[in-house]
Design a binder for this molecule. Structure first.
Ligand code: UDP
Length: 238
C-alpha cells in the first residue's frame, strides 16, 4: 500500500445518480457538499483534479426517447441537465475554499466558460478544479465517453469513475450476494465480457490512449483520496 498519491492529474467521472442522495430526483445539496470535500482531500494531496458530471439524476436521453421524443432533442436536454449539476458542484467546491471553473461543451456565455482545451489546462495548472459540463456537446454520446475524451485531452494519468458500487463485479452485487469483485481487468476484458463499467466507446477511447480506469464507490466518504493512494476497495482497468 502506497501512502502518497501516484497520479499527477486525474479526471473524476461523477454520475448524476451520485448526486441524488436519498432522493429519487434532482440534486441533494448535502451529498454534493460531501463530494466537494472528497475532491478537496484529493487536491490537498497535490493531485490536479478535473471532473465530468453526468445528468441522469435530472434527465437522460433514453427516458425522452422512451416517451417518443426525437433522440437528438432528448440528448440535448440531457446535456443541459449536466450543466445544472456542474453549477451545483462548483458552488459546493467554492464553499470548501477551492477555486473552480465550469467549462461547457455547449457554449453558454452567461453561465460558464466555453470548453477550450488550452484554457482548461491552464486552470488545472493554477490549481483550480475544472468541471466539464454538457458532455461531449454531441447527441448520441454519454458522459462516460466525455470523461474518456477529456481525460485524453487533459493527459490525465487516470480516469476515476465514481459509482454507487465499490468496483466491478462479475454480476450485479445488489441482487447477487455471491457476486465477486474484480481487483484488476484489462480494457479488452471489459469489452469482451461486456461488463457494465462504462460504455464501449469510452472503454475503447481509454484503451487507445492508455488511460487506466479506477472504479470505486463515491458514496463512501474519503474513498476518492484513498483510491488515489491505491488503498481501499476499487477495481483497476489497465
Ligand atoms: N448526453 C449526450 N451527449 C454527451 C453526454 C451526454 O447526448 O456527450 C446526454 C444523454 O442523453 C445522456 C444525458 O446527456 O443520457 C445525461 O448523461 P449520462 O446519462 O451520461 O449521465 P450519468 O449516467 O452519468 O448520470
Amino acid at each position: 500500500m502506497t501512502q502518497e498519491p501516484i497520479y499527477k492529474r486525474v479526471l473524476l467521472k461523477c454520475s448524476g445518480e451520485a448526486l441524488l442522495g436519498d432522493q429519487q430526483y434532482g440534486i441533494d445539496v448535502e451529498t454534493v457538499s460531501r463530494i466537494a470535500q472528497d475532491i478537496k482531500e484529493a487536491h490537498d494531496m497535490g493531485v490536479e483534479v478535473c471532473v465530468v458530471v453526468g445528468g441522469g439524476n435530472i434527465f437522460r436521453g433514453v427516458s425522452g426517447t422512451a416517451q417518443g421524443m426525437d433522440q437528438a432533442n432528448a440528448d440535448y436536454m440531457g446535456m443541459l441537465a449536466t450543466v445544472m449539476n456542474a453549477l451545483a458542484l462548483q458552488n459546493a467546491i467554492e464553499k470548501v475554499g477551492m477555486d473552480s471553473r465550469v467549462l461547457s461543451a455547449i457554449p453558454m456565455s452567461a453561465v460558464c466558460e466555453p470548453y477550450i482545451r488550452r484554457r482548461a489546462e491552464r486552470h488545472l495548472e493554477k490549481g483550480r478544479i475544472v468541471i466539464f459540463a454538457a458532455g461531449t456537446g454531441n447527441p448520441f454520446f454519454t458522459t462516460d465517453t466525455a470523461a474518456a475524451l477529456r481525460a485524453a485531452e487533459m493527459k490525465c494519468n487516470a480516469l476515476v469513475k465514481g459509482t454507487n458500487v465499490d468496483g466491478v463485479y462479475d454480476k450485479d452485487p445488489r441482487t447477487n450476494p455471491d457476486a465477486v469483485r474484480f481487483d484488476s481487468l484489462s480494457h479488452l476484458d471489459v469489452l469482451a465480457k461486456d461488463l457494465k463499467v462504462m460504455d464501449a466507446a469510452a472503454i475503447s477511447l481509454a484503451r487507445e490512449n492508455n488511460i487506466p480506469i479506477l472504479v470505486f464507490s463515491i458514496q463512501e466518504k474519503g474513498s476518492f483520496a484513498k483510491v488515489l493512494k491505491k488503498d481501499g476497495c476499487f477495481t483497476e482497468v489497465v
